[in-house]
Design a protein around this ligand. Structure first.
Ligand code: CTP
Length: 407
């Protein structure tokens, strides 16, 4: 039995990046031998085991053949005869298809090291097409390594284009896609993920609502970059620069979807795009089964982001409605995330990245004013049920009027 470190651990060591997960491949062993050594099997489908002490993944060298559509459509062949080279050739990218023994001797039959030096994300073989998730993976790696100068090799982009056109992407499960999307959004340059998906035609398949924003103009007075797609990418980039959490990044990506529905005669204005976009945001949320906090924030930011920008001009009654919609009394963090998304939207515009955003503190102050109303004195005055609710609202409105007058 021979054991090699493979995949990301080898790649990241050669790049001088920190290695977190280590994957191992085992050549010349059987399942029975692994079990006898105390390894625990991971699942019924894959010949993959967890090390009894480290918990790291050890996979038997295997070949894969696609036997049908989607992720289920695989047959595996793992046996002690499968060689390291045969295992490596079924992997996605050359830079992920290197192996290393315990002496750090590199096995690199598909020239991963050469591509690392050339800064190229290149597929290993036509077997790339056997897992359509790799289209998203390559886009995610492009986002992660763009700062190091990596790009997608033209022939790989072409293969990704063919895969996107083939209908295979539709067979991906929401869970697998979301895992890639959410990881990609948390990279430092998440906009590159969207750009690469768009360049190979995958964006049109996965998120046609986002793809539709490219080529849609906005008024240059507010949007010097004009193009709605370019704006969306800048907002995402700002969110990453400001280290925003996933919820905010997801909301940033989807906030302007309604602009893709504006009839051309109305361009570059987008009347009521906030409201029109809601059904699209909901559709994208559901398509990927995004977690509930991501779904909720995206919907709220979609509906209210222009309220955020106009915060200083809002009537106290509108401010109150905004705060009520966010249930700011019980969910203060969600309102903070809304404010952050609005600020990223304001900064994600050409030449305006450094602008100040006084709306943020103003909204925080309004939330504090509304939250300062205590219920106890109203209970003591004898208010109950719906009347109590009305009385609280009246008091909050009074507090917001005073806040606005003094601001
Ligand atoms: N792999 C693949 N195709 C996939 C998933 C994984 O070929 N759809 C292979 C690659 O060789 C990859 C290895 O399995 O390097 C381990 O996969 P994973 O742990 O998902 O990714 P890493 O490359 O380690 O990358 P990351 O740093 O993003 O975890």
């Amino acid at each position: 039995m021979r054991i090699y470190k493979v995949g990301g651990a080898v790649r990241d060591r050669l790049l001088g990046k920190p290695v977190t997960d280590i994957d191992w491949v085992v050549v010349g062993a059987t399942t029975e031998e692994m079990l006898a050594k105390g390894f625990r099997p991971v699942g019924a489908d894959f010949p993959v085991f967890l090390h009894p002490k480290s918990g790291e993944e050890y996979a038997l060298a295997r070949t894969e053949r696609k036997s049908g559509r989607g992720y289920g459509g695989f047959t595996f062949h793992a046996s002690p005869e499968v060689t390291l080279e045969e295992d490596l050739i079924r992997r996605d990218l050359t830079i992920n298809a290197m192996a290393e023994d315990d002496q750090q001797n590199l096995t690199d039959p598909y020239h991963g090291q050469r591509d690392l030096e050339a800064r190229l994300l290149r597929h290993v073989s036509p077997a790339f097409a056997e897992d359509p998730l790799r289209v998203l993976r390559v886009a995610r790696f492009a986002a992660r390594y763009t700062a190091l100068g990596f790009t997608v090799a033209p022939e790989t982009l072409e293969l990704m284009r063919q895969l996107s056109e083939s209908g295979e992407l539709e067979a991906l499960t929401p869970e697998r896609s979301w895992k890639e999307i959410s990881r990609a959004l948390m990279e430092d340059q998440p906009q590159v993920f969207i750009e690469v998906l768009r360049a190979c035609g995958a964006l049109k398949v996965l998120m046609p609502e986002v793809d539709a924003l490219f080529g849609v103009p906005q008024p240059p007075a507010h949007h010097p970059e004009i193009d709605t797609g370019a704006h969306t990418l800048s907002v995402l980039q700002q969110a990453a620069l400001h280290k925003q959490p996933l919820t905010v990044r997801w909301a940033c990506l989807l906030h302007d979807l309604g602009k893709g529905l504006t009839p051309e005669e109305e361009w570059p204005r987008h009347i009521a795009h906030e409201f029109k976009g809601l059904k699209l945001i909901k559709a994208v949320n559901e398509r990927f089964k995004a977690p509930r906090d991501c779904q909720e924030l995206a919907m709220l930011v979609g509906e209210y982001h222009t309220h955020g920008h106009r915060a200083l001009e809002l009537k106290p009654s509108t401010l109150l409605e905004l705060l009520q919609s966010f249930d700011v009394y019980r969910r203060p963090q969600r309102f903070e995330e809304f404010i952050a998304a609005c600020e990223m939207d304001a900064r994600g515009r050409e030449g305006l990245e450094q602008r100040s955003y006084p709306q943020a503190d103003y909204l925080r102050g309004a939330a504090t004013a509304a939250r300062s109303i205590a219920v106890q004195p109203l209970l003591e005055k004898g208010f109950k049920g719906p009347e109590l609710g009305e009385a609280i609202k009246r008091e909050r409105l009074k507090a917001l009027k005073a806040y606005k007058d003094n601001a």
